[in-house]
Design a protein. Structure first.
Length: 461
């Protein structure tokens, strides 16, 4: 039986209106921004780490939907799992039964963190963080959370309270009791813990904003301090987890680190059905869910739905069967090594950092007089414009999608699908080298675009 709805026909008829529809009904600044930087393309299909525009041109994805497309787009195993779960006609979300898929996915996830015992499933990374904050505060009976400068843990109210970027927080006060410290500052953490009201410390082992890694030994030392003062270590692995950094979780790069709560999301969805998860110790969950009266004290209407659970199970199965983590370690190492070789060649290129397939490329003030003048022009208008100057030609001339790592940062972040190969690495490095040659040779197109960005930045002040 059909009511006449035809999705393919609808897209064929109205797909060309996409930018107008967004401008009229959704965030009006998104199409404006895309038009401004020349990212207003029309993409029609995708597979793996590549997608194709309306003219049939192949583009390399070095962004992965902000890390969601861990296995690339349309992985056949994940697609089949979703077809299978839909065809099974399961009595999903009855709310008063215990379906098998959530338990099976929890079991599979916890196998990668044997010191943890239980899982709560929500729908996103920010929900996973919200869950961890609530659980930490309830389990310890304390109100305050410590986080790091430049952290990004989400944009809902609780997660926003531990967001280290003032631009996201402005205008949304009051937030939860919180205190920021510098990533790696054990002295500051200990001073806050001595006050006796800290429930937990939430930290990204590698910060997404700027791609800054926690200093060696910091997580283990922070864990010892937290345990001594009765507070919890919360590892935000929403972006770094599920193989992104060359281990299943980024905290596993440091021996002896066993967080009390771990937040995951993004790549767990397979790019299809949103899913987030908060993993934790048994005593924490039992304290939150302490009686039958509290059975629904924390829940999510769409949490643990069959499609999300099936997608998560398929993703973990693929990662294990295809050796994704080892592949990331090898290909990520190759990409980082190739990029580091360029640093001595280009004075605008200051550093390459990160782990696995989470890499930051940092630009900085050049030494030669001619380039210093151009650099100063951009910095006066708005910090971060040079990185944007690099991102744009990578897409427009070389058909490679990347992103600036954060507002007012001269850093490009590479978080491609975990399935990229040596040919993709070579394509990116070749294109990036060409852009650097253009910038250092005074290439007219690159610096002319920089002048356009300067005019736009000044106009928006």
């Amino acid at each position: 039986m059909s009511d006449g709805f035809d999705l393919r026909a609808l897209l064929a008829e109205r797909g060309g209106e996409r930018y107008g529809l967004h401008a009229r009904y959704l965030n009006p600044q998104l199409p404006r921004m895309l038009h401004t930087i020349g990212f207003d393309k029309v993409y029609e299909r995708a597979a793996g780490a590549h997608f194709w525009d309306a003219e049939g041109n192949d583009h390399l994805d070095m962004l992965a939907g902000f890390g969601v497309m861990g296995l690339g787009r349309h992985h056949p195993v994940v697609r089949k799992a979703l077809h299978d779960v839909l065809d099974a006609d399961l009595p999903d979300l009855t709310r008063f039964d215990c379906p098998p898929l959530p338990g099976l996915l929890a079991e599979r996830l916890l196998a990668h963190s044997p010191h943890l015992d239980r899982v709560f499933f929500g729908n996103s990374g920010t929900e996973a963080v919200e869950t961890a904050l609530k659980f930490a505060r309830y389990a310890t009976g304390r109100p305050r959370i410590v986080y790091c400068d430049h952290a990004f843990h989400g944009l809902t109210t609780g997660a926003l309270s531990v967001n280290g970027e003032q631009g996201f927080r402005a205008g949304f006060d009051p937030l939860l009791p919180d205190t920021a410290i510098a990533l790696g500052d054990l002295g500051a953490l200990e001073r806050e813990l001595r006050k006796g009201d800290v429930a937990g410390f939430v930290v990204e082992p590698i910060q997404g904003k700027g791609v800054h890694e926690a200093p060696p030994g910091f997580l283990a030392a922070a864990q010892e301090l937290l345990r001594r003062h009765g507070a919890l270590l919360i590892a935000d692995e929403v972006q770094t987890g599920l193989g992104r950094t060359g281990d299943f979780y980024a905290y596993q790069h440091e021996d002896g680190v066993e967080p009390d709560l771990v937040c995951v999301a993004k790549a767990l969805s397979g790019g299809y059905v949103p899913v987030g998860a908060t993993l934790g110790k048994d005593w924490i969950f039992k304290k939150v869910y302490s009686s039958m009266d509290r059975v629904l004290v924390h829940s999510a209407s769409f949490g643990s739905n069959a499609q999300a659970m099936a997608a998560g199970l398929a993703v973990l199965s693929v990662m294990e069967s295809e050796g994704t983590v080892a592949h990331v370690r090898r290909v990520g190492g190759l990409l980082k090594d190739r990029l580091e070789e360029l640093v001595p060649r280009y004075e605008l290129l200051h550093a390459v950092r990160g782990r696995g397939l989470m890499i930051g490329i940092e630009f900085g003030r050049p030494s030669s007089l001619a380039l210093r003048g151009r650099w100063a022009m951009l910095q006066t208008a708005r910090k971060g414009l040079f990185a944007q100057m690099v991102v744009v030609p990578l897409l427009q001339r070389h058909r490679i999608l990347t992103q600036v790592s954060g507002d007012h940062l001269e850093v490009i972040k590479l978080i491609p699908p975990l399935v990229i190969d040596e040919a993709d690495v070579d394509r990116f490095v070749t294109a990036f080298t060409a852009v650097m040659e253009d910038a250092h040779g005074g290439g007219g197109l690159l610096w002319d675009f920089g002048k356009t960005l300067v005019r736009q930045a000044v106009a928006q002040r």
